[in-house]
Design a protein around this ligand. Sequence first.
Ligand code: DC
Length: 207
Amino acid sequence: MIIALDGPAASGKGTLGRRLAEEYGLVHLDTGALYRAVARDVLAAGNDPADSAAAARAARNLDRETLDDPVLRTAETGAAASVVSTHPDVRQALLNYQRAIAATPGGAILDGRDIGTVVCPDADVKLFVTASPEERARRRHAELAEADNGQNFDEVLADVRDRDERDRNRSQSPLKPADDAHLLDTTYLGIEAAFKAAVELIDAVSG
Ligand code: DC
């Protein structure tokens, strides 16, 4: 079974993806980590995330063993990831790896922005996870406070809105639900309730 899990920044899809992978015995890929790792490498080389040639080079040379680097979770890397992900050559360079993971025998769950629309259009189940910008900012602020302590709530909210804007309006693989995706609004759901709702949807769809 292949599950595509898409949604905007801080919608809870990462945590949900890990929980669902465990529940169904699937490999899990957080595809945002790929874009974040490319952003990290671009910044570390002293390049501009808006420089498409530099970003594509970083994407082609990406070391996939480094996807759990804590620096990937910082606000700076997240903002740069949103910029590098607008370059078609970057997206193309990361596509085969994502599809190879999706083809893992036994199945996989991939979370991101364009999994149901571009990476795995034939996924068995497609979920599109949303939450209000304020609730997502609240979650991201709590997460960042643990990691790098950097921003106040209003800055995080402005960041979430910026990122939504960029992710939705880019020409390449914009963030949008696939026509056959099931919407899951987690604004008023804790992680347990969101997990249960997702399991119900998946079981109903996959029989
Ligand atoms: O989910 P995240 O916040 O870790 O993602 C970081 C950035 O990567 C996000 O702003 C958009 C981009 N991204 C993408 O364009 N396509 C994906 N499948 C996953 C992430």
